[in-house]
Structures are given as structure tokens and as C-alpha cells.
Design a protein around this ligand. Structure first.
Ligand SMILES: C[S@@+](CC[C@H](N)C(=O)[O-])C[C@H]1O[C@@H](n2cnc3c(N)ncnc32)[C@H](O)[C@@H]1O
Length: 411
């Protein structure tokens, strides 16, 4: 059984002090949910000694990895090393939360192998136990399952967890598509487990008789083939799974690019939370001599933006980095900063995210520079930003969105 206060999770594997990151969030929100609790309870029914190679996918703030790290170090006393516990998360912010939570629980982050996107796609794996949280974006879950087929063997146990309200029909359809079948636990703690059947290991481009749709789990040789393409003017946006506005360009982002300021000449532009690179693409189109830098905390977003920019402007200067917008590491100043900020932390509304990102980016604003932000009018960001800038104006307000122009950062 589990018990917990807001920041202390007590579960069969131990008691852990867990916090969320970024810390601007609501302090009453916990760093775990019913899906984590159910999965950690279920682990007591498994023989971890037979699970020498464990992969944890999409762990929100590190609850699963902290508990597993502790349980494995007890079970594999003399043999535990980083080859036993691998972790894949597209989010840099989630990785930071994990390192923070491991460290404050006296667990060693170097005993966990953090898989990069490329390692997750190509690493042969051969995992005995795979534990995951079902992500928000179905396209990302589909990608994970497609890749997972190349990383498991006939004896592997594969278990995903989620809050029941977040398990759509599409999640079950994806399980059937990529693993042929699935089973579920009873709902408890408002959550449910989804068990996938063990299947013989697949090489990256090999099919098996176990899948009803054999072509569906061939991993493409080009990463862009995992995504979808969308046309905008004469350009093509490449949208990998787990990126914002996967189903079509966001109305707010469109409004922002329709209101780009009239600037001329060579300049440097920063795209904060660049997603698939739509704002960078539009900026490169509008400002033909500009150099563009984009950052996002999602590796898939950064890769989308790189592919989008590189394929449309092969001879222009555009660089995209996986960075945390709350702790930027950039060079030089920028004349224009663009941002369509996130307002959800995982699945919880958090208005402070936008302010935190804008204030951090403002450290890189040139003295005469401008910031253009788009946001839902109902979020009331005008009031949030006004104490921090000498000049604030609403450039346009349409269909529930404000385009806000900021300049004169009060350092
Ligand atoms: C509303 S989307 C905008 C995406 C893109 N700019 C567009 O207009 O289509 C916000 C983006 O911010 C990113 N993001 C969220 N938190 C972040 C953080 N702490 N640091 C950097 N990027 C972050 C998300 O991954 C997401 O891609």
C-alpha cells in the first residue's frame, strides 16, 4: 500500500521526497499520480532479480525511477550498474526533475542510463522489464510502441500506467496495432495498468507474425518519417510526435506571425519554446537576413525544428537546441524574441510558466529589442507582464488570443 504527503511518497520500495520541476508550479501539486502508485504496488508481484535490464519510459518527475533504482540496488546488490536501469524521456525538464529527485533521496544519477532520442531509436535494448507512463500525445505513444518492439524479447514484461481519464480508445488501438493484444488491470486510485504481451525481439526493420499489421512497426531509416508534414505558404513543416499543434498550425501562432513587426536588415531572432519550428520558419520568411536561434525542452520538438528549418532554408543560419527555458545558455543578444508559451505543466494549468520563460529570455534581449508573445486572452498575461517591462502593448486581439509586444526590460 502507498501513503503520501504532498512531497513524500511512501510506497513498497521506500519513502521518497519528490518535487516537481520547474518549481514555479503550484506547490500543492504532487510529483506523482495514481498511475505511479498502481505501478509501484504491482512491482511487488514481480521477481526483480529476473529483471536485470529495466527501461523506464516517460516517468513524469522521477517517482518510478527513484523507486526502481532503490529496489534494484537492494535486489542486485553487487551487480547494479547503469546498464541495469535505462530511462527515456523526451522532456529535458522531466530529466532535470529526475536528477534532482534522485540526488535528494541519496540515489546516484550515474546509475541510470539516460537515453537520448537517437539512442532510444537505435539502441538494441533487450530489456526484461519495461515500465512506462502513457504520454499525453497519442502520436508519441504510437512512436514509443513502434520503437519498443525492437527492444524487448519473448520474456519481457511491458507495463504502462495512466490515470483512467487519460486513457483514450486510441491508446488501446495502438496497443493492438503494435503488440497484437493487451490486457488491463482493474481501475484503482483512478488509474489503470495496461499490460502488453511479450513478443520475440525485432530488429529495427524486421517483421514478425505476431503483429496484425506487419508494416506498422518497421522503423524508418529517416527520423522525419516518424512525423507528419504540413504545408504553410511554399514551405513544409515537419512535425514529429509529441510536438505542439501536431494536428494543424495553432491559431495563436498564426496570429503572432501575422503581426510580426516591421523590421529591416541583419538581426538575431530567438524562438522560445520553438516546437516544430513554425515561428522560426515564418520569421526566416519575413526577415530575409535574420539569424534564427530556437530552443525547446523537448528533443522531438528541437529535431522537428531543425528538419523544418534546414529543409526550407538550407543556406540560412538557423540553430536549434534542447534547452530549458528557465535556465538558458545562449550567446549574444537578440533583437526580436518570439514566444507562444506553454501554460500547462504536465497536464496542470500554470500561468507562471510563461512569465518565467519570458523573464529568462529577456536577459538576452538587446537594449532596443522587442518581445512578441501570443496567449489566450483569458489567461490575462497583460497584467502578469506589465510590472517587468517599461512598454507593453496589445498589437492584436482576435478569436480569444492576444499578441503582446514588450520592450524595455526592467532588469
Ligand atoms: C505552445 S507551444 C509553442 C510551439 C511553437 N512555438 C508554435 O508556435 O507552434 C510551447 C512550447 O514550449 C515548450 N516548452 C515548455 N516548457 C519549456 C521549457 N521549460 N523550456 C523550453 N521549452 C519549453 C514546449 O515543449 C512547446 O513546444
Amino acid at each position: 500500500m502507498n501513503s503520501q504527503s504532498n512531497h513524500h511518497l511512501t510506497c513498497p520500495q521506500g519513502t521518497f521526497h519528490l518535487i516537481r520541476y520547474p518549481i514555479t508550479g503550484n506547490p500543492t501539486l504532487q510529483a506523482w499520480d495514481g498511475g505511479d502508485l498502481l505501478l509501484l504496488d504491482h512491482l511487488t508481484t514481480l521477481n526483480l532479480a529476473q529483471s536485470c535490464r529495466v527501461l523506464i519510459i516517460n516517468d513524469s518527475f522521477g517517482a518510478l525511477t527513484c523507486a526502481l533504482s532503490c529496489a534494484l540496488s537492494r535486489t542486485l546488490t553487487n551487480t547494479l550498474d547503469s546498464t541495469n536501469l535505462a530511462y527515456y524521456n523526451d522532456s529535458l525538464v522531466a530529466q532535470k526533475a529526475l536528477v534532482q529527485n534522485l540526488t535528494q533521496n541519496n540515489l546516484d544519477p550515474s546509475q541510470v542510463t539516460f537515453l537520448t532520442l537517437d539512442q532510444f531509436l537505435s539502441d538494441p535494448g533487450d530489456y526484461d522489464l519495461v515500465l512506462g507512463k502513457i504520454p499525453k500525445h497519442l502520436s508519441f505513444f504510437q512512436m514509443i510502441l513502434k520503437v519498443l518492439r525492437t527492444k524487448v524479447h519473448a520474456g519481457s514484461q511491458i507495463i504502462f500506467a495512466a490515470m483512467t481519464r487519460n486513457i483514450s480508445r486510441g491508446v488501446y488501438d495502438a496497443c493492438t496495432e503494435f503488440f497484437g493484444a493487451y490486457q488491463t488491470s482493474l481501475a484503482a486510485k483512478k488509474a489503470r495498468l495496461v499490460f502488453l504481451p511479450p513478443i520475440p525481439k525485432q530488429t529495427a526493420n524486421q517483421s514478425s507474425d505476431h503483429s496484425p499489421n506487419q508494416s506498422s512497426y518497421h522503423l524508418p531509416t529517416q527520423i522525419e518519417d516518424l512525423g507528419i508534414k504540413e504545408r504553410w505558404n511554399d514551405y513544409t513543416l515537419v512535425k514529429l510526435p509529441n510536438t505542439f499543434a501536431h494536428k494543424g498550425i495553432d491559431k495563436g501562432s498564426r496570429l503572432l506571425v501575422d503581426n510580426l513587426p516591421d523590421l529591416q536588415g541583419r538581426m538575431r531572432i530567438l524562438d522560445i519554446g520553438c516546437g516544430n519550428g513554425f515561428l522560426s520558419l515564418a520569421a526566416a520568411h519575413t526577415y530575409t537576413e535574420a539569424e534564427i536561434v530556437g530552443i525547446d525542452e523537448s528533443a522531438l520538438a528541437v529535431r522537428s525544428a531543425q528538419i523544418t528549418f534546414g529543409s526550407n532554408f538550407p543556406h540560412r543560419k538557423g540553430r536549434f537546441y534542447q534547452q530549458d527555458g528557465f535556465a538558458l545558455e545562449l550567446e549574444g543578444d537578440f533583437d526580436l524574441i518570439l514566444c507562444n508559451p506553454p501554460f500547462h505543466e504536465q497536464r496542470a494549468l500554470n500561468r507562471k510558466l510563461a512569465l518565467g520563460l519570458i523573464l529568462e529570455a529577456s536577459k538576452y534581449l538587446s537594449p532596443e529589442g522587442l518581445i512578441l508573445v501570443v496567449a489566450n486572452t483569458s489567461l490575462g498575461y497583460q497584467g502578469v507582464f506589465q510590472n517587468y517591462f517599461h512598454r507593453l502593448s496589445i498589437v492584436n486581439q482576435q478569436r480569444g488570443f492576444d499578441v503582446i509586444r514588450l520592450s524595455g526590460f526592467r532588469i
